[in-house]
Design a protein around this ligand. Structure first.
Ligand code: XLS
Ligand code: NI
Ligand code: NI
Length: 433
């Protein structure tokens, strides 16, 4: 036991009527939903960076949190790991995710940083022996340190590309050692601040080649997990190349990687791209590249990636409906890429933010599952496209414009519009949330 979470009990399921703050009202890991335990559907993960490494700064002010593990030594990094694994235990989260920079102190050379990462990876491995929490994904922070300011794999300086390659190799090794189920690449600096100094062709080709090297290395070391790209349209860069799911898919096709790489979709990033979260999930599923999600919420007025904990189950039900329709996660999960507000100073705030987020998702999952089991929505969708099941319609797709035109004349084709039934379907939806 560390001192940080003393007096905070392990969180248990007590049902919707419980008034106990330190209890789940909806997340009941063993409850079976659509033939699968809730825990196996949701596959929750806690994010190391927001909960344990973020000091509480904003653009107008610095650190608000004073955590006993803040500092640059290996001893403090281990204290941070002790506290993190204690929170994983309190919450019963089956997974966590981390960047190299969240977990180890930065060294004065690459060699020293790498040595620190290896030491903390061994420490994680040791902690995982007595913990139920596994690694959902590992990743490299190639956006905070000033060396990355002009990009990692897209940097005009080949030495930064090299440093990025060595960094990702080290992080993939750590992820593999810890049995991680995915490896994530989020390119916050893979983009530009101004077109005036940017060569788009060179940057795209280098980023494409870099990703091919990541995939080659995955196969070389026998990493069985999925490689995931996390789209985001901007912030910190003015423009980021992994703009949204559709853009990432085009990029993957351009570099022959569409069968090798999937996406990790974040709610807040979808909003920044002018989409809904469910749009991004449905798009990825329809392209066969749905991997995992970063669960959070944006403040709709701020225009920034505010990374708040989700608290609106009606909104999240739309997302979980798309995840269930896609067949659920395989290697992916629901990672809380979310941070408490900078005024939320107490250890209780950190724990209860997760409790609320987990309950919100569980409630959303139950609604989505009930609607899917009901079947009316899918029946309506199927009915709308029933015309395409006929042999004549299928044959048309193998035909050509002139033949189709002749057929239109011969049959005197005169299509009659049908209702899209949107409000009826929205009413149906509302019965389940
Ligand atoms: C930032 C991203 C980041 C990734 C991991 O906006 O969401 O946290 O998930 O690098
Ligand atoms: Ni994220
Ligand atoms: Ni984000």
């Amino acid at each position: 036991m560390t001192k940080f979470f003393k007096d905070i009990p392990t969180i248990q399921y007590e049902g919707p009527d419980s008034a106990n703050e330190f209890a789940f009202r909806h997340y009941n890991p063993d409850e079976v939903v659509l033939g699968k335990r809730m825990e196996d559907h949701l596959r929750f993960a806690a994010a190391y960076w927001h909960s344990f490494a973020w000091p509480g700064g904003d653009p107008f002010g610095g650190q608000t949190f004073e955590r006993p593990w803040f500092g640059d030594t290996m001893d403090l990094a281990k204290m941070k790991a002790d506290v993190a694994f204690e929170m994983f235990d309190i919450l019963g989260v089956p997974y966590f995710c981390f960047h190299d920079a969240d977990a180890r102190p930065e060294g004065s050379t690459f060699t020293e940083s790498q040595r620190n990462l290896e030491e903390i990876t061994d420490y994680f491995a040791q902690k995982m022996e007595s913990s139920k929490t596994r690694l959902l994904w590992g990743t490299a922070n190639m956006f905070s340190h000033r060396r990355w300011m002009s990009g990692a794999s897209t940097n005009p300086d080949p030495d930064v590309f090299a440093y990025a390659a060595a960094t990702v190799k080290g992080c993939m090794d750590a992820t593999m050692q810890l049995g991680g189920e995915n490896y994530v690449l989020w390119g916050g600096r893979e983009g530009y601040e101004t077109l005036l100094n940017t060569n788009l062709r060179v940057e795209a080709d280098n980023m494409g080649r870099f990703l091919q090297m990541v995939v080659e290395y995955k196969h070389k070391i026998g990493f069985k997990g999925a490689i995931l790209i996390e789209p985001k349209p901007q912030e910190p860069s003015k423009h980021q190349y992994d703009y949204d799911v559709a853009t990432v898919y085009g990029f993957l096709c351009r570099y022959g990687l569409e069968k090798e790489v999937k996406v990790n979709i974040e709610q807040g990033h979808a909003i920044l791209a002018g989409h809904s979260f469910e749009h991004e999930i449905a798009t990825a599923a329809s392209l066969g590249i749905f991997g995992s999600i970063d669960m959070n919420r944006n403040d709709y007025q701020s225009g920034w990636d505010t990374d708040q904990f989700p608290n609106n189950h009606v909104e999240k039900a739309l997302a979980f409906y798309e995840i269930l329709r896609a067949g659920g996660y395989t290697t992916g999960g629901t990672n809380f890429d979310a941070k408490i507000r900078r005024q939320s100073l107490d250890p209780e705030d950190l724990v209860l933010a997760h409790v609320g987020g987990m309950d919100t998702c569980a409630r959303a999952l139950k609604s989505a599952a009930a609607l899917l089991a009901d079947g009316s929505l899918e029946a309506a969708r199927k009915d709308r496209y029933a015309g395409w099941e006929t042999p004549a319609a299928k044959a048309m797709l193998g035909s050509d414009l002139a033949t189709i035109a002749a057929d239109v004349l011969a049959r005197n084709v005169n299509p009659q519009p049908h209702s899209g039934r949107q409000e009826r379907l929205e009413n149906l939806w509302n019965r389940f949330v």
